[in-house]
Design a protein around this ligand. Sequence first.
Ligand code: FRU
Length: 497
Amino acid sequence: MINQSLIFARAYEKEAGGKIPAASRPAFHLTPWTGWMNDPNGFSWYRGQYHLFYQYYPYDTHWASMHWGHAVSHDLLHWTYLPAAMAPDQPYDAFGCFSGSAVELEDGRQLLMYTGVRKEGGDKGREVQTQCLAVGDGLDYVKFEGNPVLDASVLPKGLSPYDFRDPKIWRTEDGGFRCVVGAKDANRLGRLLMFRSEDGFSWHFESELARNDGRFGLMWECPDFFPLDGKQVVFVSPQDMLPKGFEYHNGNGTVCLIGTCDEETKRFIPEHDQAIDYGIDFYAPQTILTPDGRRVMIGWMQNWDTCQSTGGYEERPWFGQMSLPRELSIRNGRLYQRPVRELSLYRGKKVEYHDVRLSGETVLEGIEGRTVELDIRIRPEDAGNPYHKFSLLFAQDEQYRSVLSFRPYECLLKIDRKFSGSRRAFIHQRRCQVADHGGEIRLHVILDRFSVEVFINDGEQVMTATILTAPGARGISFAADGRLIMDVTKYSLFSEE
Ligand code: FRU
């Protein structure tokens, strides 16, 4: 049943992936078993564990014909690789098995819905994109003989068959299925189309859920649509965005729309928009509802424009990481995120300082390391005369450092990875406008070997960036321009001392 190219990929990844030492990967962020990874796919809870598939090219560390890699976890942090789930081996997906999602069928099997891509009129032709299915048991999947189940024939007039991708599928309360898929109109603007199905196999057009009115880039990729705290939420990853103030600086970036859905027309009515992540590296997130009722999101911790980040100087057998899974909520009309609570199970040694009066650069005994959680609270020493700048330096030694700095007068938090080991002239800095609390700020910082994720003011905003810094650069220090007071709690994560 399983096709030759998948058998080949499975043998290859086992051999090549097995040679990669665990210490050369992040401690708790998922990387491809071997080769290249982009978007999370098929994020799901199935038969007692979390499944995460991913866009995958096992044979090299660049994007090429897309397979689906596969990993499972009990805690969203320790992942076990399973054999690749799909390879591009059918006429309708010969150019790649692009992004998609997963649900459990009534009979207990798992259904994968993905975008099959083929070239029209030979290798030089355009990529025709259709939605396809595969059914499996959590390990092996068989592509549906009726594929594709959604093609150009269902597209409203004027929408492009070349940009029709990334189905996100879910079960409805009446036992049926819905999915939302990204599409593109004649003005090159994204649309989100919703389809319905009674059995998961036969699909019909339901509505245009949302459309890009020109404010958010061009094509809309990797949509998600879910209820959260009494609201409806649309996540989308627009291509080619223009920045708006301090929002949407990533080119291909992420947008969260919070609003309601008109029950009659099945159209989404947005009330609020914001970036999902304000850092450099975050794209194409997917969410699930966990068995205990949490809405958890995971994203590709990378930016398409910085994929050549190693510049060929670093020999890495893998490229691409997933973000930390994050719990979502809505507060004051905004999206809030926090690391999944499972992370606290892997806290090691705790070091705590209260009321540290900072001036100049300071090192605090016991605070260092590369897999570390820091909870930092800053306030001005004199409320009437706030400090000018606070900096956290990490992944630091004589040669390297990355810096998170906060300027209370402008309410700007900046991440700077210029000295993180990069030999390329791509984006190394990003600034984020944060709420004004008179110079007070809380920064919850999660460091893994090749990344930093900063949850700002209880998760009101998040900034994510990858770093390349060699693991020996373990220093952490604090600096103040002006007078401020800091509380800091540090935990080693995953038994790092
Ligand atoms: C987003 C994306 C998707 C597509 C996939 C291909 O990063 O471009 O739209 O399905 O990557 O790998």
